[in-house]
Design a protein around this ligand. Structure first.
Ligand code: NDP
Ligand code: BG6
Length: 495
């Protein structure tokens, strides 16, 4: 059994999609594993008029919908810790009601004043809520207790708005009390990057520009915008996926070895890496980043004909780009990234492409041997978790020629079922006060500064959309981007 943690959770946006689909089932998993047991309580709030019983019925349904036995005694015991309080977050005077409820539950469940405020609602409210949590006395004043603020994405829509938001939060919470969710950091194989790099001499000793030719990060989605178009059309793939998830993955791949495996040390190295990321001038931004928007095929309408998308939308549903780090480890080794909706398949992977041997001794005159392939280390993040290492070996026959072979490690399907969902891990980290897998403000700010420059250039010129076919790997420009450097994407359709 895990160590039991003690806290009051206050969920703002408690009747929303994220809360029902992810947060309550994740809390229940923590309960089943023993991280939550007796000394915890949940206050859910939104404007909806509900009482505790109705809220508990909704939470029970959320557990059932996520595949749990919601009629078990364990589920009923868990749900008995849930309470509801209708509250409009813009109504300052009403916070006192939440405060009274929190104090009552604190006594009832002996919560020692520990509080987790989870803002699962539109970011426009984050500043107001943070201000009133402090001003209206909802933060615990008990010296030994913790107050933690968890916030959902998006964190601003550019550097200026992100800074404004951060300034607002900082008036009430210290940086170490703020947990900015990036659910990619809760994924098993993203966390495995550190184990792979810093747990293996074989890997880390080669992890630099002397041996690595390029690194490719692909976050490919098969679905379109579905029912989220009103959010997505104001965001686009650059803000929705690159600024956060891709920049986080890239910083884990690029960072130096942390002094120790602590959140402070890891974040410090990620920030150092992001500081050395080259922020492009106008010309380089235009050359090194390309965008796309999906067209139509068969019954699939093009992006501009999806529900809630304006017919003249210039929002990109695809991005590919080249990132360059100006530091000793990575100078000259590009990181290529791409992400998009309505692509060939749903998967996330990282391909680390090593340099070919300087001399190919098998390519002697009259040799029939094909040139040696590059060694490639692939990190499969999803849907299957694992690694694959491509090496060159002798063909198993009487002659002497070489062929690429693969050493594969795939996490066993049964074992994969036990892998905690990102939100379960991240909620557990919040309970422990471990900020490793959350985005710190300096990381967020460097990522925005990089992305803003691309956006600025794109905003100067109307794109020629649509420019890619659904179920492909994006526009031709994404191929040209990498071919120009005499390279190719390791993942291609049908390989
Ligand atoms: P929803 O729109 O489904 O839920 C919003 C919640 O906020 C509802 O409970 C709503 O209830 C409440 N709310 C809205 N206005 C107020 C108000 N003035 N006072 C009090 N409560 C209010 O949003 P999601 O759950 O989808 O998203 C929540 C956050 O999580 C967003 O920041 C989103 O970007 C992020 N996110 C969501 C993901 C998802 O899969 N859903 C994925 C990644 C991030 P009511 O209207 O009754 O007040
Ligand atoms: C979210 C984006 O952050 O990540 C979505 O807002 C995207 O647009 C989603 O679909 C992808 O996450 P995952 O875990 O399904 O790869």
């Amino acid at each position: 059994m895990a160590t039991e943690r003690t806290a009051l959770f206050m969920f703002f946006g408690a009747t929303g999609d994220l809360a029902y689909r992810k947060l309550y089932p994740s809390l229940f998993n923590l309960y089943k594993k023993g991280s939550l047991r007796t000394h915890f309580a949940v206050i859910g709030t939104s404007r909806q008029t509900l009482d505790d019983d109705k809220f508990r019925v909704a939470v029970k349904k959320s557990l059932a919908d996520s595949g749990n036995r919601a009629d078990s005694k364990e589920a009923s015991d868990f749900i008995s810790h849930f309470y509801y309080q209708a509250h409009d977050v813009t109504d300052t005077a009403h916070y006192s009601v939440l405060k009274d409820a929190a104090e009552k539950l604190d006594k009832k469940y002996k919560l020692q004043g520990n509080r987790i405020f989870y803002l699962s609602m539109a970011p426009q409210f984050f500043g107001t809520i943070a201000k009133d949590l402090k001003a209206q006395g909802l933060m615990s004043t008990n010296e030994d207790a913790f107050n933690r603020l968890v916030i959902e994405k998006p964190f601003g829509r550019d550097f200026d708005s992100a800074k404004q938001l951060n300034d607002a939060l900082s008036n009430s919470f210290e940086e170490e009390q703020i947990f900015r969710i990036d659910h990619y950091l809760g994924k098993e194989m993203i966390q495995n990057i550190e184990a792979l790099r810093f747990g293996n001499t074989l890997v880390e000793s080669l992890w630099n520009n002397r041996y690595i030719d390029n690194i490719q990060v692909t976050l490919s989605e098969k679905l379109g915008v579905e029912e989220r178009a009103s959010y997505y059309d104001n965001s686009g793939a650059l803000r929705d996926m690159v600024q956060n998830h891709i920049m986080q993955i890239v910083s884990l791949l690029a960072m130096e070895q942390p002094v120790a495996f602590t959140d402070v040390d890891i974040r410090a190295e990620k920030v150092k890496a992001l500081r050395s990321l080259r922020v492009y001038n106008v010309a380089d931004a235009a050359t090194n980043f390309v965008r796309g928007q999906y067209g139509s095929v068969d019954n699939q309408p093009d992006y501009r004909h999806e529900d809630n998308v304006p017919a003249d939308s210039t929002t990109e549903t695809f991005v590919a780009g080249k990132l360059l780090f100006d530091n000793y480890r990575w100078s000259g080794t590009p990181f290529y990234v791409r992400t998009g909706k309505m692509l060939a398949d749903k998967f996330t992977r990282v391909d680390v492409v090593f340099k070919r041997p300087l001399v190919d001794i098998f390519a002697f005159p009259q040799s029939q041997n094909t040139p040696l392939a590059a060694n490639v280390l692939t990190i499969f993040v999803e849907p299957h978790a694992g690694f694959s290492l491509q090496l060159n070996a002798k063909t198993n026959d009487a002659g002497f020629s070489t062929e690429p072979i693969k050493l594969d490690y795939l996490v066993d399907a049964e074992k994969s079922k036990e892998t905690p969902e990102p939100y379960e891990r991240l909620l557990h980290d919040v309970l422990k006060g471990d900020g490793t897998n959350f985005s710190s403000w300096p990381e967020v700010s460097y990522a925005w500064k990089f992305v803003d420059q691309i956006r600025r250039v794109w905003d100067l010129q109307a794109p020629n959309f649509p420019n890619y076919t659904p179920h492909s790997m994006g526009p031709a420009a994404a191929e040209e981007l990498i071919q120009r450097d005499h390279r190719e994407w390791i993942y291609r359709l049908n390989n």
